[in-house]
Design a protein around this ligand. Structure first.
Ligand code: M6R
Length: 611
């Protein structure tokens, strides 16, 4: 959440920083701003709304400077106003700061600074930082000392960039639990929340670690670790992926494009891994921990949102195939539990962005437990990818729309490969092993078949667009699909939607059902289908409209429900991939019919880097 970009070099950095902010807009899009330091003068431009508005505003004035930094905001403290947009400045307008994260003790610092004569113009937590640096600058010899002293006072999570009009050649940066990467150029250096903002300019990067403080000029980067209290030798890494700038092509938005990437996503995630002809699964990312994996007797999955629901699908897969008990926890809850944890437990974190603060916190919590920490991550080089002992990349390519679509498809695919990998060792369920491998190879064509019915799904969606509430139900493997379907609908269409285990309806939710409360039932072929039918009957008996996903060829369901969306016949365990493709399209078309911006739904951001 919140994106940061910085430039110092011989050229004017305005264009680069604005382009970078556009690339990072998925992190937050409430407001945006830039600060330029030219000579001893600082200029700030801030706008509420999209980065494009800021670009328009800035281009009228065409300001130039060799030191520029910018920010795109997702509001935490203080409403969406120009005053609260970043950069924030000290009272003397000589220090400017952009910040991603939360300063938990800002109220305390603000009160202390007020007694020193400082005043505050915004409601942000960030505004205390430039003023605190200013305060220390009156007592300490250098800006760097004052910056470090301020960092020692703040509690919370942050990536911060600070600049001073007195030092027009230097960017000061710091990181704690929030990502920041430095790009190394020739006579120029860059800073960003993630490499996508700078990789057009350089492939050489330094990922800052927690407690790192970096001093960056156009020709030098020095890093000091506050916790270790010593200068560190920053490791320069080469970005090992091509400019993955996602382009819309002929699609009207990224969400639809990404939904339609499902078949390619499955193919890429299985390429060279799921080898049905040889009846084997090869996961290069786990090779370094093969020995440890032999001794595990419990897997704890931690994740948030859609990744959590993918984890629930993985729970069934791993338990059935490998016979290893699995628990799935919401990362935001897991970190506060005090559960027993043995060394033979594996912690498996699932994250598209690899930057979700809650998931990172869950991984950090077990840091000293001596347990194996694995990751299923999409964003290459992200914090979670780097902090886990081993893992399997999703390789789904950049996911730009806030609603996660192809990442879920890739995560379930990878989870089934991990289940196969662990199952190969235990030979717990050889019949399912073979069937699953075969299905993984057939799945891209089946996902494509679902996409080919997009027009029919659109028609059904448009019929239901005006309802206020929706229930999604499913049993066993289809239960996570119901949860995910409901999440997708609520986040982009703002319709209240709940996912429920179909068998739980009679324990409460049935009370809500009437003609104004439709249900989306996931009723595809499975040994439990008849039981789901009974639950649908109970809903119909109370006058509730029902849309169902059913398996191709199931004609009888038409007599039971109002509308049917068909998906191809598939192995029960992998049907969630096809359910997801159908529910993604359903949510998408409802949101479009209601006239919403599906790529940037209100109140959300793609990468949730605050707790
Ligand atoms: O990047 P992550 O997979 O860790 O993100 C987790 C959730 O924030 C994310 O899945 C969120 O729920 C999506 N907006 C859902 O579509």
């Amino acid at each position: 959440m919140c994106g940061i970009v910085g430039y110092i070099g011989n050229k004017s950095g305005t264009g680069m920083v604005l382009d970078g902010l556009e690339a990072l807009e998925y992190r937050g899009y409430d407001s945006a701003g830039i600060a330029l330091i030219d000579g001893a003068k600082g200029q700030v431009f801030k706008q509420v709304g999209r980065v494009s508005g800021l670009v328009k505003e800035v281009s009228k004035k065409k300001p130039e400077a060799r030191l520029v930094m910018g920010h795109t905001r997702w509001a935490t403290h203080g409403g969406v106003t120009v005053q609260n947009a970043h950069p924030q400045a000290n009272n003397r307008q000589s220090i400017f700061v952009v910040h991603n994260g939360i300063i938990e003790n800002f109220a305390e610092i603000r009160a202390k600074l007020k007694t020193e004569g400082y005043h505050f113009d915004s409601q942000t937590d960030t505004e205390v930082i430039p003023n605190l640096i200013d305060f220390y600058l009156k007592q300490l010899p250098t800006f760097e000392d004052a910056f470090k002293a301020a960092l020692n006072d703040v509690r919370g999570a942050y990536s911060i960039v600070a600049v001073s009009t007195k030092e027009p050649e230097t960017l000061y940066a710091a990181r704690l639990s929030s990502p920041l990467v430095i790009g190394i150029g020739k006579d120029e250096n860059f800073l960003a929340s993630d490499p996508s903002a700078i990789m057009e300019h350089t492939k050489k990067v330094i990922y800052l670690e927690d407690y790192d403080v970096a001093v960056i000029t156009k020709s030098k980067v020095s890093v000091h670790n506050l916790k270790q209290d010593k200068q560190t030798e920053p490791k320069v890494e080469l970005l090992d992926y091509e400019n993955e700038q996602a382009l819309l092509g002929d699609y009207p938005n990224f969400m639809l494009k990404e939904i339609f990437e499902a078949p390619a996503t499955i193919k890429t995630a299985t390429l060279g891994r799921a080898q049905a002809d040889k009846n084997l699964v090869k996961l290069g990312g786990l090779e370094s921990v093969l020995r440890q994996l032999k001794f595990i007797d419990r897997i704890v999955i931690v994740a948030c949102g859609t990744s959590y629901y993918a984890g629930l699908v993985g729970e069934y897969l791993i338990e059935e195939l490998a016979g290893i008990p699995v628990e799935v926890h919401l990362a935001s809850e897991f970190k506060y539990r005090d559960e027993p944890f043995s060394r033979s437990t594996v912690l498996l974190a699932i994250s598209q962005s690899g930057e979700t603060a809650d998931t990172i916190a869950a991984l950090k919590k077990v840091e000293d437990y001596g347990v194996l920490r694995l990751g299923i991550v999409n964003a290459v080089g992200s914090t979670i990818a780097r902090m886990t002992d081993a893992g399997v990349y999703c390789h789904a390519g950049p996911e730009k729309a806030v609603a996660s679509t192809k990442a879920f498809i890739a995560q379930v695919t990878v989870l089934s490969e991990i289940a196969l990998h662990l199952g190969a060792e235990s030979k717990n369920n050889p019949k399912l092993f073979k069937a699953l491998l075969k299905e993984l190879n057939e799945l891209p064509a089946k996902a494509q078949a679902v996409l080919d019915t997009a027009d029919q799904i659109k028609k059904v969606a448009e019929k239901y667009k005006d309802y206020r509430d929706f229930l999604f139900i499913g049993r066993h493997n289809a239960f996570p699909s119901a949860l995910e379907g409901a999440l997708k609908l609520k986040e982009i269409s703002y319709i209240h939607a709940e996912g429920y285990a179909a068998g739980e309806m009679k324990h409460g939710p049935l009370a809500m059902i009437d003609a104004s409360f439709p249900t989306f039932a996931i009723a595809t072929d499975s040994p439990l289908l008849e039981k789901t039918y009974s639950n649908i009957q109970e809903i119909r008996a109370r006058g509730g409209p029902v849309v169902a996903i059913a398996t191709e060829g199931n004609k009888s369901i038409k007599d039971l429900v109002d509308d049917v969306i068909y998906i191809p016949k598939a192995l029960d365990e992998l049907q969630p991939v096809l359910h997801a493709t159908a529910t993604q399209l359903f949510a998408y078309y409802i949101a479009m019919a209601r006239g919403y911006d599906v790529d940037r739904p209100r109140n959300l951001a793609k990468s949730v880097t605050v707790e």
